[in-house]
Design a protein. Structure first.
Length: 606
């Protein structure tokens, strides 16, 4: 078989710096799509949640043809919570494109992904993207990127990186800002000259490292990875071994697929260096080696950073349970969570002795929130606890907790409020500097505990103008107690339907979370109290009607709109004795114990 020349490259960047949009333009200009073909924006973000939120959650490979060379490109997530995806994917690449916003410059996630790429010995190419922004400061950003390479101990070969300037959205890239801005050909040409061909041995027996796990409606379980050595064809017998060298399963490769544009194309034969998708194995998973039956040595795989946060998921036992979802038992919830832990290496699964509560560990609130949102859309009902950070103990036996580096960009007028707020959360300021255009950039080191739920408060403090980015930094000694929510909850005393007249009369007690005609039950949280204690209220009490007419006509009640919260905001809002009830159509807040006498007993016991 004639092997075609190959390049494997990953695109890494901070969230929203334009990775997926750049790939769109590359695919259009390399002839992947027909001229008259309708193509969605951000075509690589194929999941519903990815489209809605405008973020990449799962890493995905694609490939384009350029001057008789096949370039495999891997789109990676930018959020720190999905860093596990990035770490695995870099194993498949021979080079990386580091994308940096021309105004924002290197951000926390830029540092994280670049550090991982440099550690694996990859030689990055740097693209300064969004050059056409009005607040672009390309020259300064190049200096900041160089300083970042030096700070991350890049070697001399890595420091000799090519720099290109681009607008991914408009589809052009230049090597010098004075050059004519026509298309992305300079970038594609530079990939061919700067990125090495895969360093593989085609003569050895076939072996590939499974890096991503996917499911296909027609093929079932699919494993995506890079062929490290040798070649194979359809129906070949293979053996899968784990990192300890133990056999996971033996089987046949029923289908081999390569990536072309957004499609997977079946092929009869694959060879060393290519990124492929295989079907036919039922047990093999991420970081297993798939190879010929005589293979005994597993291929090395990058260890994944451990999770820093967990939530407890239990069966929904509220009076409204089972009305909307079909998947409500602990057995189906357990199977779904086990399947997720198998495909997503950044998530851990543990269960209680009674097997009715499941602890799921992940990188942050966003990652855990995305998993619960996906399950909700699949028809599951469950209750979710407040996220907890996962403590560890050091060699001296002291408790240590995860710390995060927080980079905040705010208008100058809000900087003192933000600094005060971060100090209350045990944050320690590392750096504060003017970022130009009336903005300040502040960097803190803060415990993950203190940041739970801070995002929504931060947006309120900065009137929606601030940008907050956080990334796992290290484990450090326990910083002491952090203040939680200051206000108590308004709790419903009865079950039924909320009445406008009752809500109107209770408005001065606090902010409501429910609208008229919303079903409520005893122990459900229907609002936030103005004071710091919980208060039980009756939202079902209607107006007493008599046959005596009022002298003035009754005025219609005017209600303050109820506060609406997203799933992640609710998870961060609740206290230790509260839960979020998640169903396919509703999100509700509730007390862990619905009966007021049980609540009092639990409070006394604690």
């Amino acid at each position: 078989m004639m092997t075609q020349e190959l390049r494997n490259i990953a695109i890494i960047a901070h969230v929203d710096h334009g990775k997926t949009t750049l790939i769109d333009s590359i695919m259009k200009q390399s002839g992947t799509f027909r001229d008259n073909q309708h193509v969605d924006e951000r075509v690589m973000d194929s999941g519903d949640l990815e489209k809605e939120r405008g973020i990449t959650i799962l890493a995905k490979p694609t490939s384009v043809q350029w001057k008789d060379v096949r370039i495999n490109i891997i789109d990676t997530p930018g959020h720190a919570d999905f860093g596990g995806e990035v770490e695995r994917v870099l194993d498949m690449a021979d080079g990386v494109i580091l994308l940096t916003d021309a105004a924002e410059g290197p951000m926390p996630q830029t540092k994280f992904v670049l550090g991982k790429a440099l550690k694996q010995g990859l030689r990055p190419m740097v693209i300064i993207n969004k050059i056409d922004r009005s607040d672009s400061r390309a020259e300064d950003v190049v200096d900041e990127v160089f300083d970042l390479f030096v700070a991350l101990d890049a070697n001399e070969e890595q420091l000799d990186f090519p720099i290109l300037y681009a607008s991914g959205r408009d589809g052009w890239c230049v090597e010098d800002l004075e050059d004519e801005r026509v298309n992305l050909h300079p970038l594609l040409d530079r990939i061919l000259t700067h990125v090495d061909c895969p360093d593989v041995d085609a003569q050895k027996p076939f072996a590939m490292l499974a890096t991503l796990l996917d499911s296909d409606p027609y093929l079932g379980r699919c494993l995506i990875g890079r062929v490290i050595q040798g070649a194979t064809n359809v129906n070949a017998s293979v053996r899968a071994i784990n990192l300890d060298g133990d056999t996971v399963e033996t089987g046949r490769l029923t289908k081999l697929l390569r990536f072309e544009g957004t499609q997977r194309v079946p092929v009869n034969e694959v060879s060393a260096g290519d990124i492929i998708c295989v079907a036919g194995l039922t047990k093999a998973s991420v970081s297993d080696t798939i190879g010929t039956p005589d293979i005994t040595e597993p291929l090395s795989s990058t260890p994944i950073d451990p999770p820093t946060m967990s939530v407890t998921i239990t069966v929904n036992d509220s009076p409204l349970a089972g009305r909307e979802g079909k998947k409500v038992t602990s057995t189906v919830i357990r199977e779904r969570l086990l399947a997720e832990a198998e495909t997503n290496v950044a998530i851990t699964f543990a269960e209680s002795a009674s097997k009715d509560a499941f602890e799921i560990g992940g990188r942050g609130e966003l990652q855990l929130g995305v998993l619960i949102e996906q399950m909700r859309r699949e028809g599951f009902e469950m209750t979710v606890s407040r996220p907890r950070v996962l403590f560890q103990t050091n060699e001296a036996g002291n408790r240590i907790e995860p710390m995060e580096e927080v980079t905040i960009d705010v208008d100058d007028e809000f900087s003192s409020t933000v600094v005060d707020s971060m100090n209350r959360r045990k944050g320690e300021m590392l750096d504060m500097r003017a970022a130009g255009a009336g903005k300040t950039r502040i960097v803190f080191l803060a415990p993950s505990r203190g940041l739970i739920g801070y995002q929504s408060r931060f947006l309120t403090q900065t009137r929606g103008t601030g940008v907050l980015n956080r990334i796992f930094h290290s484990y450090a000694p326990y910083r002491g107690d952090v203040e939680g929510r200051r206000n108590g909850a308004l709790i419903s005393t009865d079950s039924g339907v909320a009445v406008a007249y009752a809500l109107f009369n209770l408005q001065d007690r606090g902010l409501m979370f429910v609208n008229p005609q919303t079903p409520v039950y005893q122990g459900m949280i229907v609002g936030e109290h103005n004071r710091n204690n919980d208060l039980e209220i009756n939202v079902l009490k209607g107006k007493q009607l008599t046959n005596v007419r009022a002298s003035g006509s009754d005025e219609a009640v005017k209600l303050v709109p109820a506060k609406q919260m997203s799933l992640e905001q609710m998870m961060a809002y609740i206290n230790e004795d509260e839960l979020v009830e998640v169903t396919p159509q509703s999100l509700r807040l509730r007390k862990m114990f619905l009966d007021p006498h049980e609540r009092k007993r639990a409070a006394r016991a604690s």
